[in-house]
Design a protein around this ligand. Structure first.
Ligand SMILES: Nc1nc2c(c(=O)[nH]1)N[C@H]1C(S)=C(S)[C@@H](COP(=O)(O)O)O[C@H]1N2
Ligand SMILES: [Mo]
Length: 429
């Protein structure tokens, strides 16, 4: 194998000798199509592309056409930007989050491991055990029969949404704005399920387990297992969900069963859910400890080293808003309806204000109440621009407790909780 395969030297030889590895090194996204294209002759490849490939003779065997690179990984998704293909992580551009309720095709994907292959809802069971008097093993049909089925619009935001704007940079997926969504989830209340299992006195925390596998392939390692304090788990907008926007869950969003814990880091919302354990201590599964989904308990200066024992678990997500129209760096006339969403974990948003003069003055938007607890709130305002030229639209939400979005980031080592204002560039003509 060439020592440094990331050069253009030897590409054809590398592909010929080690097609799988070559593909991983040269053209990461699209790896999963490799097998499909390997051995595809000119006619097949051309047929798939809908036209001939004039330089087919020079095309390495096994090379996935860039035209298809992200396609298979993001089947059923529309316009998502792939940040990583192993594990799959993809975010939604802000202007594609314009709908009041996020369509499944535009719900971001955040995977820590490899989703399960077997996701037949008829064969799925959820185990509820640990510190309970009445351990349960429930099929999805049992959940549907034993408990009230509810549908709620619920906001899921990744704790690392906005990490890309940290300076000095923070390691991890470089999410910009689009690791957030508010789909309509159908399922049963986690509280009802836990009550049936009869939690014993002394329960303090849940532990969530899913069927995805660790990137290492080691069956004894879990990619992620997080939990929440029992009081949060008993909140009546925490769902065990089997449908999303009226259809079965999308494979990448946890099919056939997942938790939806609105307002807290998305990592609490275990996908491919197989087990909930009740514990008499704070859960210590993978991604619960160390610096995962944790922030320093006190403000730190950018770049500061913080001792591990000074980190605490992130609970509610902070107040935030997103401008979904107009699209960043677009052109518009002198009158524009600016709109978007706002949310604040476990709270409601009291106001969203806009500035088009770099924060010198602010104007209030029309803000809807949440359709239910845990849903983001939609807002809009028609803005008249005094003359043609370059403007920036800044949006700033304030929540029911008076917390207001900052101009800049409160830096932390792992790049969590970035709720700084969204700025949208607009060229008024
Ligand atoms: N089993 C399992 N559940 C999981 C994850 C995962 O990797 N495996 N990722 C979590 C994280 S970090 C987030 S932000 C949300 C994202 O949900 P989504 O992919 O449906 O948008 O799922 C959470 N649930
Ligand atoms: Mo996340």
């Amino acid at each position: 194998m060439p020592r440094n395969p990331r050069t253009t030297q030897g590409l054809h030889a590398f592909f010929a000798a080690h097609p799988e590895e070559a593909h991983r090194q040269f053209f990461k996204p699209g790896l999963s199509r490799r097998g499909f294209f390997a051995g595809a002759g000119l006619a097949t490849a051309g047929g798939l592309l809908g036209m001939t490939i004039p330089h087919y003779a020079h095309m390495p065997q096994g090379l996935v056409p860039a035209a298809f690179a992200d396609e298979e990984l993001l089947v059923g998704k529309d316009g998502l930007v792939l940040l990583n293909d192993r594990p799959i992580n993809a975010e939604t551009p802000a202007h594609l989050l314009d709908d009041a309720v996020t369509p499944t095709a535009r719900h971001f994907i955040r995977n820590n491991g490899i989703p399960p292959e077997e996701t037949d809802p008829g064969n799925w069971t959820l185990r509820v055990d640990g510190l309970v008097a009445n351990p349960l093993t429930l099929a999805i049909s049992d959940l549907q029969q034993a408990f009230e089925v509810v549908t709620m619009a619920l906001t899921i935001e990744c704790g690392g949404n906005g990490r890309a704007f940290f300076d000095p940079p923070a390691r991890g997926n470089q999410w910009t704005l689009g690791a957030v969504a508010c789909s309509a989830w159908t399922g049963v209340r986690l509280a009802d399920v836990l009550r049936k299992a009869e939690p014993a006195p002394g329960v303090v925390y849940t532990a969530h387990y899913g069927a995805d596998t660790h990137l290492s392939g080691d069956p004894d390692r879990l990619p992620i297992s997080r939990g929440v304090p029992i009081a949060k788990a008993m909140t009546d907008n925490v769902l065990v969900a089997f449908a999303m926007n009226g259809n079965p869950l999308h494979r990448q969003n946890g099919a056939p069963l997942r938790l939806v814990v609105p307002g807290w880091p998305g990592s609490c919302s275990q996908k491919w859910l197989t087990r909930i354990e009740l514990r008499d201590q704070v859960h210590d599964g993978p991604k619960m400890t160390g610096t995962s989904y944790r922030v320093p308990r006190y403000p730190v200066a950018p770049g500061d080293e913080v001792p591990k024992e000074d980190f605490e678990i992130i609970e509610r997500m902070p107040v935030k808003s997103l401008v979904t129209f107009p699209r960043n760096d677009s052109r518009a006339g002198r009158s524009v309806e600016v709109r978007g969403h706002a949310w604040s974990g476990d709270r409601t948003v009291g106001a969203v204000d806009l500035s088009v003069d770099f924060g010198a003055s602010w104007m209030r938007t029309e803000l809807d109440p949440p359709v239910n607890a845990g849903a983001w709130q939609n807002w809009r305002r028609t803005v008249e621009f005094p003359e043609a030229g370059y403007y920036e639209v800044w949006a700033r939400a304030t929540d029911s407790a008076g917390d207001m979005q900052p101009f800049g980031i409160d830096w932390n080592p792992k790049g969590y909780l970035n709720n700084s204002m969204h700025r949208v560039a607009l060229r008024v003509t």
